[in-house]
Design a protein around this ligand. Structure first.
Ligand SMILES: Cc1ncc(C[n+]2csc(CCOP(=O)(O)OP(=O)(O)O)c2C)c(N)n1
Ligand code: SF4
Ligand SMILES: [Mg+2]
Length: 321
C-alpha cells in the first residue's frame, strides 16, 4: 500500500490581523502641562492652532514628535502630549534631522523663536533647508529674545531699544523669507498669531508638504515688545494682507496672482515693507534627503546581497584584522 495518504489540503485560515479601533485624538489627549507663558503672549494661539490641526487630521498619537531649542517659544514640547524634546539652543534642526531620517514614519514638528532659528541656529536652518529634510518648522517670531528678558534679536528692527542696544538697534535685521528662499527650503510661509484660521491653514499645508517646510509666525511678546505687530492686526487698525495665489484658470486676473513656484516672485514679496504679506511665498517639489537616502541605502543593500547590519559590520571588522 502506498504511503501516500489523501489528506485534505490545509485550510488557509484567514486571520485578518486588524488593528483595534483607535481612540479619537482629542485636545485632552494631546494636551500636557499647562502653558507657562505670560498672559497675552502670542504663543498661546499657536499652541491652540496646533492642537486643532492635530485633532482635525487625527494623526496617530504615537507618531507625533515635537522638538524645540531654547526660548519662551521653545517651551512648546512641554505642552504637547507626545514624543518630544526641549533641546540645545539653536540645535533643534540637527536633532530633528536625525529623527526624521531614521524614522520617516514619524511626524516631526519643530518649534522655536527668532533667536533660536535665525541667530544661534541660523546655520543649521540653512543646512536643513538645502538638504530638504522632511519636517515642519514653526518659528514664533517676536522680534526679541523673550526668555532672557529683552535683548536685540536678529529680526529686531533698527532703532529697537533693548538691554543689548539701550540706544537702539543699529544692525540690519534678517529678512526671514529671503533667508529661507536662499537657504533652499521647499515650503515657506508667513502667518500671524492673531489669525488662527490662517495659521491652521499654513500648518496643514506645511505638514502636507514633503520636505523642509517652514512657517514664520509673527507672535507678539506682550512683555518685552508689545504692539509691534498691530499693523497686521485688523482688530487693532492694521491690515492682514493675504497672498493671492495663482489658480491657473487662464483669467486676466490670474496673471497678477502669485506663482508659489517662482523664486524671484517670492523674493519680490519678501521685499515689501513691514508688515508685508502673509501666506505661502514659495513651494517646490525637490526630492527630500529622506527619499534620496532611502534609495541609496536600498541600492547599497542590493550590492551587498542584502546582508544584515551585523554581517556588514563583521565584514568591516574582518577587513581590519
Ligand atoms: C548656547 C546658549 N546661548 C545662549 C543661551 C541663552 N538664551 C536662552 S533663550 C535665548 C534667546 C531666545 O530668543 P528666541 O529664540 O527669540 O525665543 P523667545 O524667548 O523670544 O521665544 C538665549 C540667548 C542659551 N540658553 N544657550
Ligand atoms: S516673555 Fe514674551 S515671549 Fe516670553 S512668555 Fe512672556 S510674552 Fe511670551
Ligand atoms: Mg524671540
Amino acid at each position: 500500500m502506498s504511503e501516500a495518504t489523501t489528506t485534505a489540503p490545509p485550510t488557509t485560515i484567514a486571520s485578518p490581523v486588524t488593528d483595534p479601533p483607535r481612540d479619537k485624538l482629542t485636545k485632552k489627549a494631546i494636551t500636557a502641562d499647562h502653558p507657562t507663558w505670560c498672559p497675552g503672549c502670542g504663543d498661546f494661539a499657536v499652541l491652540a492652532s496646533f492642537y486643532k490641526v492635530l485633532e482635525k487630521r487625527q494623526l496617530d498619537h504615537e507618531k507625533i514628535v515635537t522638538l524645540a531649542g531654547i526660548g519662551c517659544s521653545s517651551r512648546f514640547p512641554y505642552f504637547v502630549n507626545g514624543h518630544g524634546a526641549h533641546y540645545i539652543h539653536g540645535r533643534a534642526v540637527p536633532l530633528a534631522s536625525g529623527i526624521s531620517l531614521a524614522r520617516p514614519d514619524l511626524h516631526v514638528f519643530l518649534f522655536g523663536g527668532d533667536g533660536d532659528g535665525f541667530s544661534i541656529g541660523g546655520n543649521h536652518l540653512d543646512h536643513g533647508a538645502r538638504k530638504n529634510i522632511n519636517m515642519t518648522y514653526f518659528i514664533m517670531d517676536n522680534f526679541v529674545y523673550g526668555l532672557t528678558k529683552k535683548q536685540t534679536s536678529p529680526t529686531s528692527p533698527i532703532g529697537f531699544k533693548s538691554k543689548t542696544d539701550p540706544t537702539g538697534a543699529i544692525d540690519q535685521p534678517v529678512n526671514p523669507m529671503k533667508k529661507l528662499i536662499a537657504g533652499g527650503a521647499t515650503f515657506i510661509a508667513r502667518t500671524h498669531a492673531t489669525q488662527v484660521k490662517h495659521m491652521m491653514e499654513m500648518i496643514e499645508r506645511a505638514f502636507d508638504h514633503q520636505g523642509f517646510s517652514v512657517i514664520e509666525c509673527l507672535s507678539e511678546c506682550v512683555e518685552f515688545f508689545p504692539d509691534v505687530f498691530d499693523p497686521a492686526d485688523p482688530k487693532k487698525g492694521g491690515s492682514f494682507e493675504v497672498i493671492q495665489e495663482k489658480k491657473w484658470d487662464n483669467t486676466p486676473e490670474d496673471e497678477l496672482r502669485h506663482d508659489v513656484t517662482d523664486e524671484l516672485a517670492a523674493y519680490k514679496l519678501a521685499q515689501l515693507p513691514f508688515p508685508g504679506v502673509f501666506g505661502v511665498f514659495y513651494q517646490n517639489d525637490r526630492p527630500t534627503k529622506n527619499a534620496l537616502e532611502k534609495k541609496w541605502i536600498e541600492s547599497s543593500r542590493e550590492k551587498t546581497a542584502n546582508a544584515s547590519d551585523l554581517e556588514l559590520l563583521q565584514k568591516t571588522f574582518d577587513r581590519m584584522k
